[in-house]
Ligand binder design. Structure first.
Ligand SMILES: [Cu+2]
Length: 184
């Protein structure tokens, strides 16, 4: 009886503390999240994976790149530098302003210092491989844009800030068509 009474008064004290102390609401939250973890670690692991794949939860950055010029001597990317934040979903609009048929362009994002090597490897891959080599140096590659065509490319920007590069891998275009992707 005595013990019961003691326990009763302890509960009473706790109840009073809970009522008076606003900080206690946080510990209540902590307690309930602990409960969740204890109840189903597998469930929360699945939730985590789903969250990672859901690109709608990722910050999105829109960028535009133009290809200009109508001869091998004139062709260029209008923007020689593009800037994005690290680890965001990049929505690239690539506009080919060329007119004549040989003015086919793409944009391939590469690791720092790798644009020329990637372009060389692309030439070997050829049209059947869409001029994009299988290489760890390739971060993302757009489809080939015909003269007057606009193509879109979505990719996740690198997580490590730095000066990455981009290049058109259509044969012999890399000389004039390359730029720097600044990841901040
Ligand atoms: Cu090109």
């Amino acid at each position: 009886m005595k013990r019961y009474f003691l326990n009763g008064s302890l509960v009473c004290c706790c109840f009073l503390l809970w009522n008076c102390n606003p900080v206690d609401s946080t510990s209540e939250d902590a307690a309930s999240s602990e409960e969740l973890t204890a109840e189903g670690a597998v469930d929360s692991a699945i939730a985590y994976v789903v969250e990672e794949q859901d690109t709608t939860l990722q910050p999105v950055q829109e960028i535009t790149l133009h290809a200009i010029g109508n001869t091998l001597e004139e062709i260029a990317y209008k923007e020689d530098t593009l800037e994005v934040k690290a680890e965001v979903l990049v929505n690239l609009t690539f506009i080919n302003e060329g007119v004549d048929m040989p003015m086919m362009h793409n944009v391939v994002f590469t690791a720092p210092g790798m644009y020329k090597q990637v372009a060389m490897a692309a030439a070997e891959v050829g049209a059947s491989g869409n001029y994009v080599p299988e290489s760890p140096a390739v971060i993302a590659a757009s489809p080939m844009a015909l003269p007057g065509q606009t193509v879109m490319l979505e990719f996740i920007s690198p997580s490590i800030p730095g000066a990455y590069q981009y290049v058109c891998t259509y044969p012999d275009h890399w000389h004039r068509m390359h730029g720097v992707l600044l990841v901040k």
